[in-house]
Write a protein that binds this ligand. Structure first.
Ligand SMILES: [Zn+2]
Length: 216
């Protein structure tokens, strides 16, 4: 039966190089090797938020991450999290929220899918402590200046309790850091937290160049 199914379903191409693969993997072996780990050091945003990232945004990451986001592909987030060399420590995961219109367009919330994938490894609760109250243009349609205009008032805090310890904001990509900084400030306005950090799947190499970010 399994052999019949394999014969009927054509091999999925590698999402990065598009070459046909004998197995239904996201990437071929060669492209998998281009996933560049970015563990061990954090990027500190203006305001002091430390952001840990699993990968550099480049190579196969630059194909997989947009693919996972729209429409939302939870199994791909689970696979990417499983490839990370290091995962963060914390007490709860708070996805950087997506506006409801984007969730409808994408068939779900990509940061929630990512946080759930991380939660499965770390056994931490996913707490939807933030809502997005402002519909921003799609990130891919924004220039850097527009991305930096994300403000704390673009988020609304929900009256949910967060556990003691280090709460982690979860996002897919760190670019200018503006979204994470604004989300952090919104969360801290209504929650007295012991510690707040952030974790992203991938950091764009330019994210620490001249945008108020400093690599520790
Ligand atoms: Zn490939």
């Amino acid at each position: 039966m399994k052999g019949l199914l394999r014969a009927l379903i054509p091999p999925a191409p590698c999402l990065h190089c598009h070459l046909p693969q004998p197995e239904h993997l996201w990437l071929c072996e060669g492209c998998r090797a281009t996933l560049a780990p970015d563990g061990g050091t954090a990027t500190t945003l203006t305001g002091g938020l430390n952001v840990e990232s699993a990968f550099f945004y480049g190579g196969a990451c630059s194909a997989l991450i947009p693919y996972a986001k729209d429409p939302v592909e939870p199994p791909l987030y689970a696979w990417l999290v499983a490839q990370a060399a290091e995962l963060p420590n914390g007490s709860a995961l708070v996805p950087v929220p997506t506006h409801w219109r984007r969730r409808i367009e994408r068939g779900g919330c990509h940061t929630t899918a990512l946080a759930r994938a991380l939660s499965a490894h770390l056994d931490l609760p996913v707490v939807h402590a933030l809502e997005r109250s402002h519909l921003a243009p799609k990130q891919s349609q924004q220039d850097r200046e527009t991305r930096r205009q994300v403000r704390p008032e673009h988020f609304r805090c929900r009256d949910l309790e967060l556990p003691p310890g280090k709460v982690l904001l979860i996002d897919d990509v760190l670019t200018t850091g503006a979204t994470l900084s604004a989300a952090a400030r919104a969360l801290l306005q209504t929650h007295a937290l012991d510690d707040l950090g952030a974790w992203v799947l991938a950091r764009r190499p330019a994210s620490n160049e001249g945008f108020g970010l400093a690599k520790r």
